[in-house]
Design a protein around this ligand. Structure first.
Ligand SMILES: Nc1ncnc2c1ncn2[C@@H]1O[C@H](COP(=O)(O)OP(=O)(O)OP(=O)(O)O)[C@@H](O)[C@H]1O
Ligand SMILES: [Mg+2]
Length: 271
């Protein structure tokens, strides 16, 4: 190949990679956007309860002052007990808010594009905090997370994969159901398996679900890019694998395997 053509190909390759990176980012933002309503609800509910508890506490303090002024110790102690239980409820409400915020921060980090060693259980827990907002009361989440060796990976990319597959799992369930997340060390990999009790994948779709643009969801719900992006991240970037088993009407399980060590030769020469 002439040198010019070679450099043109390299240039096109770079442009393609940049466009693809933008697509991945846009898909992540669209998924987050769709989750936003449930995230806001998840934060608003505990804030509402903190606010109303606070009003009761303020009124109770006023009463407490009166009771103590009249040396009615028994009554004063009762009021203190009520305030203690309200403060305990507030603590739970604050924990719920900060847990959702932690989940959001995991995805908002733009500086997290380096290879790092991470505990994938931690990534799963953070991603579940976000996906859980959507599942709340409709889908029960069960986790079975084994002790794992740290995995060398692009953590924010893998979070995106877990989010895509969890959102798909939730969307596959009509009404109530269950999503189970399992992690296991497996030879030189870590396996993450995400199961749902949803509608399953029809045999005629099985060959196509990883194709970019393939979706069975209405416009505005699905773009058909989630699994194709997930496969690219898992297989091309991490040298891992992603596959699934599905029984129509009963549910689906996706298995993601990520090598513990990042295969060095695939890394571009940065010197
Ligand atoms: N857990 C699942 N259960 C049943 N069908 C699934 C499941 N996961 C994926 N699918 C099928 O595979 C198709 C492609 O999934 P993919 O995540 O790539 O796109 P999407 O969910 O339709 O849209 P997007 O993820 O871009 O919002 C889905 O439309 C659905 O038909
Ligand atoms: Mg999807």
């Amino acid at each position: 190949m002439p040198e010019d053509a070679g450099s043109e190909v390299a240039e096109l390759q770079r442009e393609l990679e940049a466009a693809y990176a933008q697509l991945v980012e846009a898909h992540k933002m669209a998924s987050l956007g769709r989750l936003l309503a449930s995230v806001v609800h998840e934060i608003n509910t505990p804030i509402g309860s903190i606010l109303s508890n606070n009003e009761v506490i303020l009124r109770s303090l006023e009463k407490l002052k009166q009771q103590l002024g009249a040396s009615r110790i028994e009554e004063a102690l009762d009021i203190i007990e009520i305030m203690k239980s309200l403060a305990a409820v507030d603590k739970i409400a604050c924990e719920r808010i900060s847990s959702v915020v932690r989940g959001l921060k995991t995805f908002a980090r733009v500086d997290d594009s380096e290879w790092r060693k991470v505990d994938l259980n931690e990534s799963i827990r953070n991603t579940l905090k976000l996906a859980g907002c959507e599942f709340r009361r409709r889908v029960v989440v069960e986790t079975d997370l084994a002790d794992l060796p740290e995995v060398e990976c692009l953590p924010s990319m893998l979070n995106q994969v877990f989010l895509n597959i969890l959102v798909n799992a939730g969307q596959a369930i009509e009404g109530e159901g269950k999503v189970t997340v399992r992690t296991r060390p497996e030879g030189d990999c870590v396996r993450v398996s995400i199961s749902d009790t949803g509608r399953g994948i029809k045999p005629e779709y099985v060959q196509r679900i990883f194709m970019p643009g393939f979706t069975t969801k209405p416009v505005g719900i699905g773009t058909g890019l989630g699994l194709s992006i997930s496969r690219q991240i898992v297989v091309e970037r991490h040298g891992g694998s992603i596959d699934f088993e599905s029984e129509p009407g009963a549910g689906t399980t996706f298995h993601i395997r990520i090598p513990i060590e990042h295969p060095r030769p695939a890394e571009p020469n940065r010197s």
